[in-house]
Design a protein. Structure first.
Length: 377
């Protein structure tokens, strides 16, 4: 049987008529930039997230960069981020002349550890970028308390967790991406809410910040040909917005399907001493952008090869902590080491988890994983 890591074609076929109509309507309108679908999607996403302002942009990396520009961070300012994440999180920090300060993550949730954040704070620290990795929220209550204590900005990297809910100790419930000063997200095709090209967005409840973000994303202009600040050109095109308007309607059902698959995986692997199933953060729902196991017996790479021989794709997110990437060598001492991040890079393996998997697929994946370890024994 054919199993995909991400089955975008299967997902498209289920909503083909709606997507095709939305795309053709956008083309026929000839409003290819900032057309009606962009404004409609902005409004619909604001309503879904319960946030005052959504500002669409060209991609998720731009959304992080624009957020830092809007906060007025200056060269030499330090920005704390996890070492165990995708490169974009720290890449934009360096591109803006800021200093990425990479800290360790929690071994079970994979998310940035608030205790490590506080240890890394100096007089140069200006912001924290928590990444809601694999689909569930970081410990945002603790992070926001640190931000208040040390007068820091919080930029949420919500590219993997759109739709997740975080519950505070007082019972307040907010969507990830709406808790910090600014939230950012990506609509890369493989995301839970993905378009058919590049796309991204920023979210904030601060109207003044939203005004500045809009200017920066549009060449620094509030009024055409009148440029108040240095900006960039970062827009979500109308066709992508039209696609996202359709897919947003299905986002919660996609999350429910992913959770059902994750529960199936959990049951299959819960008693296997060689594996550790993903831990759920108690204050957060999980939208399972990835279902990531920890392979504890040093056989991760062999397991991946075995699964590949059975036609089962899998991915390692991520094979190196950021500070071991050549691009970031200038920011760390030669002997710099974060043990949890390094261990995770040797252990994590993500299995297929998407809306087009059926029970036969999942049975086959689970049985194949078990057969690998049975053969090892």
């Amino acid at each position: 049987m054919q199993i995909e890591m991400v089955d975008l074609k299967g997902q498209y076929n289920k909503i083909k008529s709606q997507i095709d109509h939305a795309v053709i309507s956008s083309i026929e309108s000839t409003s290819f930039i900032n057309g009606p679908a962009v404004k409609e999607f902005q409004y619909n996403l604001e309503q879904y997230l319960g946030v005052n302002n959504v500002i669409p942009c060209a991609n998720g990396t731009d959304s992080l960069q624009i957020a830092m520009m809007a906060l007025g961070l200056k060269a030499g300012d330090e920005v704390i981020c996890p070492a165990f994440t995708y490169v974009a999180t720290a890449e934009v920090i360096g591109l803006l002349g800021l200093t990425p300060i990479m800290v360790d993550v929690e071994p079970d949730t994979f998310n940035i550890n608030p205790l490590e954040i506080e240890k890394a704070i100096t007089t140069k620290t200006k912001a924290i970028v928590p990444v809601h990795l694999y689909g569930q929220s970081c410990d945002m209550e603790s992070i926001m308390e640190l931000a208040k204590k040390y007068d820091l900005y919080v930029i949420e990297d919500n590219a993997q967790a759109i739709g997740a809910d975080y519950t505070f100790s007082d019972g307040r419930k907010l969507k990830t991406g709406t808790i910090g000063h600014i939230g950012s997200t990506s609509f890369f095709p493989s995301k839970n809410l993905g378009c058919y090209g590049d796309g991204g967005a920023l979210m904030t409840n601060d109207d003044d910040l939203a005004k500045k973000i809009r200017m920066i994303a549009n060449h620094g202009q509030e009024k055409k040909y009148h440029h108040k600040v240095l900006g960039c050109n970062s827009r979500l095109d109308t066709i992508q917005a039209a696609i996202l308007n359709i897919k947003l309607k299905y986002l919660d059902s996609y999350s429910q399907a992913r959770n059902a698959m994750a529960s199936f995986y959990d049951s299959a692997f819960a008693e296997m001493i060689e594996l550790e199933i993903p831990k759920r953060q108690r204050n957060s729902t999980h939208v399972f952008h990835q279902y990531t196991l920890k392979v504890k017996n040093g056989k991760r790479n062999e397991l991946q090869e075995y699964l590949a021989s059975k036609g089962i794709p899998s991915m390692i997110y991520y094979p190196l902590p950021l500070y071991k990437q050549q691009a970031f060598q200038q920011y760390v001492m030669t002997d710099f080491s974060l043990p949890i991040s390094e261990n995770l890079c040797e252990q994590v393996l993500s299995l297929p988890i998407h809306t087009e998997l059926n029970n036969d697929h999942i049975d086959f994946i689970c049985n194949s994983v078990k057969s690998f370890f049975n053969n090892e024994i």
